[in-house]
Design a protein around this ligand. Structure first.
Ligand SMILES: Cc1cc2nc3c(=O)[nH]c(=O)nc-3n(C[C@H](O)[C@H](O)[C@H](O)COP(=O)(O)OP(=O)(O)OC[C@H]3O[C@@H](n4cnc5c(N)ncnc54)[C@H](O)[C@@H]3O)c2cc1C
Ligand SMILES: NC(=O)c1ccc[n+]([C@@H]2O[C@H](COP(=O)([O-])OP(=O)(O)OC[C@H]3O[C@@H](n4cnc5c(N)ncnc54)[C@H](OP(=O)(O)O)[C@@H]3O)[C@@H](O)[C@H]2O)c1
Length: 626
């Protein structure tokens, strides 16, 4: 081990600080170890240099890389592997490592880039984010951003035009709190942890169990979608992340208290209510919101006692979204298919006694405006024991209209047309099917009609509509004609809705979102939002993931740009925990959840299911000894 030595350029562009023992000079001087623990490189860049006949180059095509103290430069070779994250460095000729350029300043934290003649070239579009890298050592953080190409000319210093360098010694770790443990909460936490080496993230969740709509929304017969919980589990088990379940923010602890305890607070608490129709009869027995019905079959504690009345033959679902299709599928699926899922025991028992054999899905607009997607429609069309009933007249002239529309909607419409035009003989098995479902278009609910005794719903009066405008933005205008559809079960599936959490948080009641710009809550520095409460109750998990990454990126920018003052140490859960215990609130940890999880899986195994969900929070808490 030669420590840092030799004549070199190599470390120049990479390590601002060479760790003791980091550089090794092998025999012949060609073998070096680059590296720095907890150093992150991000952006697209190239670096190269030459000295004493040794030339080298490095290219990074973007994507964060983290050195684990072990980037190896292969003797005389062309490439080395950067640390644990496996980034590639491409060397051009024999690389020599040494210390001429980089050194560690007295006291440790000041890093110096070095190696004269090293060119750091920023790839990508002008005005883009450029190259940034950052790291920490002994509690000191440093951070760089370079937006223009730069040649380092004098070892021992780095202040190129266009470069920003931020160095602080002994800054405390930033503490961020995330409210809600659905996809938005977990993806926000994941992004923060991945792109900041010090940040500590605490996730607060209202229920004892995590994962939001992945557990309580995603249909039981879609187990593959729930695989995301594996990634969420990895995040929760990270050393710098903690999960605190069984805490309702806004009730057990206020947002103001959280802001006091954390450098930043991210609100990711989803949409816990539903839109209402605002029509007479909406509250009659026999009418349920899709949200409550989904919560019931998925074991959401607040809906476990719903006991929907399934004693009628015809159900009407209002709305043409994917939730509507989920519900139709659950109502009509053969029990043998559902039995193998994690649907709750009591809903399975109720569905076993269900008399529902016909499900209509009514939308206020036309086939070109449905909100569901092709995979879910195809699943419905292929559902064993059911027959689709689509009226060919609804699709007249659409074959031509679809030619110019975007491909996903084109394919979706073509599938509806094909199904509507199918001759009975072509679907012999389905023609004899005992159950039916169908789509009704251009029907807007006007009133839920009561039975003669006024005790429950017997049908829905719908206004027939015409479309004004075209494409996705077409509006449904009542024609003046109405139609009554007899049904004993009405499910209103017209969307979820977020609620205000705390008077201290701005809320746009019209749009049902927290007003924000790139996740930064308007007028409340240090407060952020992600997921459905940020953009409204639409979008699949991937959409929510991207949106949460954007919010996390805003938090990172504000941490690095000094918008968030991290010079002041914050206590995080240290402070919140005391508040909670003074109010008699006992949090549930992630390892507590893992015990509940194991118990559910064990119960499910006995019944041949992936899990049997515990639906009573008290039972969950007893199980973990609370
Ligand atoms: C019925 C249904 C089925 C779906 N199926 C699919 C699918 O198959 N595939 C797909 O990709 N997408 C699906 N989605 C969409 C997907 O579920 C959403 O994109 C995603 O869950 C939104 O994430 P979120 O974190 O914003 O909200 P949520 O998942 O709702 O998470 C919010 C979390 O915050 C918690 N919370 C609420 N209030 C508080 C409080 N005061 N304090 C602390 N915590 C609180 C909640 O308990 C919850 O855990 C479905 C949606 C629904 C409604
Ligand atoms: N398998 C999956 O991937 C899956 C499963 C479930 C949910 N999700 C996602 O979760 C999100 C939420 O789904 P969602 O079905 O609740 O919402 P959605 O996709 O927004 O659909 C809502 C439906 O309700 C209708 N509607 C709204 N207000 C109405 C009113 N006042 N009167 C009559 N109809 C009205 C809408 O019609 P208009 O278009 O005319 O407004 C639309 O057809 C969606 O992004 C969905 O894709 C995905």
């Amino acid at each position: 081990m030669a420590g840092v030595g030799g004549a070199a350029r190599l470390g120049g562009c990479w390590g601002a600080q060479w760790g003791a023992g980091g550089a090794q000079e092998g025999a012949g001087g060609l073998n070096g170890v680059l590296g720095w623990l907890d150093e992150v490189l991000r952006g697209s860049m190239e670096c190269w240099g030459a000295q004493g006949g040794a030339e080298w180059a490095q290219r990074d095509a973007g994507g964060p890389q983290q050195g684990a103290g072990g980037a190896q430069w292969v003797a005389g070779g062309l490439r080395g592997v950067l640390g644990a994250w496996g980034g590639w460095w491409v060397g051009d000729g024999g690389a020599q490592t040494g210390a001429e350029g980089a050194h560690r300043g007295a006291g440790g934290p000041s890093g110096v880039l070095g190696g004269s003649g090293v060119l750091v070239r920023v790839l990508g579009s002008a005005g883009g984010p450029g190259v940034s890298w950052w790291g920490d050592l002994g509690g000191a953080q440093w951070d760089w951003q370079l937006t223009r190409d730069h040649t380092i000319t004098s070892p021992g210093s780095f202040s190129p035009p266009g470069a920003r360098r931020w160095l602080s010694s002994r800054s405390p770790a930033p503490r961020v709190c995330v409210v809600g443990s659905g996809p938005a909460g977990f993806y926000t936490a994941q992004h923060l942890l991945k792109h900041h080496d010090l940040v500590q993230v605490d996730i607060y969740e209202k229920l004892p169990v995590p994962f939001g709509l992945v557990r309580f929304g995603v249909a039981p017969d879609h187990p593959e979608v729930k695989n995301v919980t594996k990634t969420f589990g990895q995040t929760a088990r990270s050393e710098r992340c903690k999960y605190y379940g069984n805490i309702t923010v806004g009730r057990d602890v206020t947002v103001a208290e959280l802001r006091q305890a954390y450098h930043a607070v991210v609100l990711s608490y989803g949409a816990e209510d539903n839109r209402t129709l605002g029509i007479p009869g909406e509250n009659l027995p026999g009418v349920y919101s899709a949200r409550a019905f989904v919560g019931w079959y998925n074991g959401l504690p607040e809906n476990r006692d719903l006991k929907p009345d399934l004693s009628c033959e015809t159900a009407l679902i209002l709305g043409h979204g994917n939730v509507a299709l989920d519900i139709a599928r659950i109502l009509l699926s053969p029990l043998d298919l559902l039995r193998k899922t994690d649907i709750t025991e009591c809903s399975l028992a109720a569905l076993a006694c269900s008399k529902v054999k016909r499900v209509w899905l009514a939308g206020r607009r036309g086939p070109l405006q449905v909100a569901f997607t092709i995979k879910e429609l195809r699943e419905m069309i292929n559902l064993p024991g059911t027959q689709p009933v689509l009226n060919p007249a609804d699709f007249t002239g659409l074959e031509n209209a679809v030619k110019d529309i975007p491909r996903p909607r084109k394919r979706l419409t073509e599938l509806m047309i094909k199904t509507a035009l199918q001759k009975p003989g072509e679907m012999a098995a389905q023609a004899a099917a005992p159950r039916q479902w169908g789509l009704k278009f251009q029907r807007s609910p006007q009133e839920v009609l009561p039975t003669a005794d006024g005790m429950r719903a017997r049908g829905v009066r719908m206004a027939l509509t015409r479309l004004e405008g075209s494409g996705e933005s077409a509006k449904a205008i009542p024609t003046g004609d109405v139609e009554e559809l007899e049904c004993g079960l009405v499910l209103s599936s017209i969307g979820y809705r977020s609620l205000p959490l705390d008077p201290a948080v701005p809320f746009d009641s019209q749009r049902g979102i927290i007003p924000n710009s790139m996740g930064r809550v308007e007028g409340a520095p240090g407060l952020y939002c992600s997921g459905w409460v940020k953009r409204g109750p639409t979008g699949v998990i991937i959409t929510t993931m991207n949106d949460s990454f954007d919010t996390a990126q805003s938090v990172l920018e504000d941490l690095r740009g000094g918008v968030l003052d991290v010079s002041v140490s914050k206590e995080g859960f240290g402070a919140v925990g005391s508040i909670l215990s003074s109010r008699g609130v006992r949090p549930v940890s992630f390892s507590d959840w893992e015990k509940i999880d194991a118990a559910e899986v064990a119960r499910g195994k006995a019944a041949g299911k992936p899990r049997e969900k515990i639906v009573d929070p008290q039972e969950m808490l007893q199980l973990i000894g609370h």
